[in-house]
Design a protein around this ligand. Structure first.
Ligand code: DC
Length: 244
């Protein structure tokens, strides 16, 4: 695969399991430091969404890879990520959430998504990207890397607090299933990068986590740009509906 990696000098990588606090803290950091923000799970969800709409079976690898070719490779400016077709609510429906870990295991899909993220980052320098493999695989030379985690029980409780209709045991089971899928896949499994700052958010408030992250970024020379020089942009699902 040709090296499409743009400069990682202004990339902040935020990795970790589902519901560890990545989205809320990344958006807060983006706002505090004037950074562009990308939720890198979105392209995987877009592929799962289209695969379902086209009645593709997960074993139809060629068809899924050519779907990536049509949707992701053809999006020179990464604009597929901003398409109205992929509303946050649609991408977070249960059948998509169930299918997406299977889609994310396919090496060809990961290559396409990695290239898409590189194109997006080249167009949005000074960025914070959250995901599972940003610091290990997508931007191994990112200027700052965080790995956020929390116990499965705490993560399940957070989910239930966000959406009180959810049953704790079912959410806990789902979180553990998704952790297992993310951590055991053959390509780019979820694991902290050797040089990542690990933060266990189980007993911390959002403010405490954001404070630690902001302090680390400032130490590494990442500051809010002078007024009027840069504006943060956002390509994310609203925090109330996603991995907080
Ligand atoms: O963060 P999320 O739940 O929207 O992620 C959706 C899926 O994509 C999930 O199965 C993990 C996977 N993913 C990944 O493998 N690598 C990333 N950088 C981001 C997400």
């Amino acid at each position: 695969m040709p090296d499409t990696t743009p400069s990682a000098d202004w990339v902040i990588a935020v990795d970790g399991p589902v519901a560890a606090g990545k989205t809320t803290t990344s958006l807060a950091l983006a706002s505090a430091l004037g950074l562009n923000y990308l939720e890198s799970g979105k392209p995987y969800r877009i592929i799962a969404f289209e695969a379902l709409h086209r009645n593709l079976h997960i074993d139809e690898l060629h068809a899924i890879e050519s779907l990536c070719e049509d949707l992701l490779a053809a999006s020179d400016d990464a604009s597929v990520l901003a398409s109205d077709r992929y509303a946050p609510q649609a991408l977070r429906l249960r059948p998509i959430t169930a299918l997406v870990p299977l889609v994310a295991r396919i090496p060809g899909v990961r290559q396409h998504v990695t290239r898409l993220i590189h194109r997006w980052a080249a167009l949005h320098p000074r960025c914070i990207i959250e995901g599972r493999d940003i610091g290990t695989t997508v931007f191994p030379a990112a200027r700052v890397k965080f790995y956020l985690t929390a116990t499965p029980g705490v993560r399940a409780e957070r989910r239930v607090r966000q959406e009180p209709g959810l049953a704790y045991q079912a959410i806990l089971h789902d979180i553990m299933r998704r952790d297992y899928a993310d951590m055991t896949r053959a390509v780019a499994p979820l694991t902290p990068a050797d040089d990542a700052t690990e933060i266990d958010t189980s007993d911390l408030t959002i403010e405490q986590v954001v404070h630690r992250m902001t302090t680390m970024c400032r130490k590494r020379g990442i500051e809010q740009p002078a007024a009027g020089t840069e504006a943060p942009r956002q390509l994310a699902t609203p925090p109330s509906t996603q991995d907080t």
